[in-house]
Design a protein around this ligand. Sequence first.
Ligand SMILES: Nc1nc2c(ncn2[C@@H]2O[C@H](COP(=O)(O)OP(=O)(O)OP(=O)(O)O)[C@@H](O)[C@H]2O)c(=O)[nH]1
Ligand SMILES: [Mg+2]
Length: 224
Amino acid sequence: MKTIEAAELITRIENRPGEAEALLAVLPDQTAARIGITGAPGVGKSTLIARMVEEYRKRGRKVGVLAVDPSSPLTGGALLGDRVRMQVHAVDENVFIRSMATRGHLGGLSRAAAGAARVMAAWGADPVIIETVGVGQSETEIMDLADAVAVVLTPLAGDDIQMLKAGVFEIADIFVVNKADRGRAETLAENLRAHFRRPVVVSVATEGRGVEELIAEIGKIRAL
Ligand SMILES: Nc1nc2c(ncn2[C@@H]2O[C@H](COP(=O)(O)OP(=O)(O)OP(=O)(O)O)[C@@H](O)[C@H]2O)c(=O)[nH]1
Ligand SMILES: [Mg+2]
């Protein structure tokens, strides 16, 4: 499938949800690993994803990136920021980047996102990386969208894990403690390891540190 065809198909699915099923039914039955990256605003999700894309490209993969933003009614600053941070990949014909902002109902958004992920798979992406901002319901919706979910945290948000919302832990297959260059990341990482039976990856997304380890942990959950 050509990139332009995939892009148009996603737009149709977004605009006419009622037709989505019929449009998707004719796609080749191609599956992709769907990786969810979620966490509070500004923790470094997009920066991390840009580095992940780099790694997967080195491995010869075509990659889809879907940024789902349930909080911004229009294309707000967050999505613009995503585009800027992903810019290094924008000219790579083997990377398919798409943003989706909410159009009313959140459930509708995740249906459209699921459809977009299928289209990206048909286009040849594997994996498809889905970024969501961890607010409210979107946290649980990412579980349905993704095969493996990494929850990104930063030590700056407080290393007292009691402060973290309960829902976050239910959806995390992996924890990422990002912005480790700012210190105290190990404290949070140790707290997480002590309380949850989950892999914890310490990262500095801006430098690419921890990204290979994250990809290795993802690979244990959903082989590529
Ligand atoms: N010091 C430091 N800054 C980082 C790191 N990772 C990301 N940042 C910076 O944090 C800011 C936010 O990064 P983003 O990647 O946009 O974060 P995000 O989680 O995608 O943000 P939203 O999509 O708005 O929720 C940017 O200025 C990044 O350069 C890191 O490991 N260390
Ligand atoms: Mg982002």
